[in-house]
Design a protein around this ligand. Sequence first.
Ligand code: ARG
Length: 274
Amino acid sequence: MKRRKVLLGGLGFASLLTTVACGGGQSANNQGADSKTLTMLTSPDYPPYGFYETSGGGRKIVGFDIDIANYIAKELGYQLRVQESDFNGLIPALQANRADFVMAGMTPTDERKKNVDFSNIYFQAQNTIVALKGSNLVKAENLAGKRVGVQLGSIQEGDLKKIAEKVQGIQVKTLNRVPEIIQEIKAKRIDAAIIEDTVVRGFTQANPDLEYNVIPSEGPSGSAIAFPKGSQRVAQFNQVLDKMKASGELDRLAKQWFSASVPASPAASPSPTK
Ligand code: ARG
């Protein structure tokens, strides 16, 4: 099987922290801009859904989400433009109509549904506790007294806060990007993190000093495409998603990305200072 080599490190990552879109623009208000282009916003810190591929000298956002988006855009007769934001900024950006849709392994929650609309779910995931090998953190109760990382604005942040109401002494540490969280564990600045299995698998393959254990979800799970409230594209996108499910295209992409993608160690990333 062909292995994809992916670097989430170095300069590329540093400049990510300043975050404005690729493609040079101030973020696009699409209305009336280019009617043949759909603008997708993502948080490319989430391999294999969306991340920077820097092998081969380029620097390009790739992944499962990007392939699905490209497929849908093509089916609907559009070009796709991909722009980026921190995860926490994705929903506000949709609310401000700065993109046509968001794909970022995002889970449709009731809270988010107050502000955006979602497609049907296109992929499932479960929460895990990830920690240094030998930590043996297999269930929520084991997090008592531990420093635990989660991504800012993610459902994992909410889930961890719920766990912390039941389990004593958890110190919640929110970080902006998933590779930073991995880095914090490796540097022993946190004891564990809650990250989805679909993403943590690649990170633990690339970092054999880490282990993970699946835990029950505290709420909804899985990924869906988000749109500005009232967007007429929801139905169109669902139609193409249905077609991709029926034809096996979605399975093919899932196989391609979730069994073959191994992110390299994020050790080259700058250490977060938070
Ligand atoms: N599924 C989780 C959520 O919706 C985590 C998604 C994180 N995505 C990312 N691109 N970092 O909150």
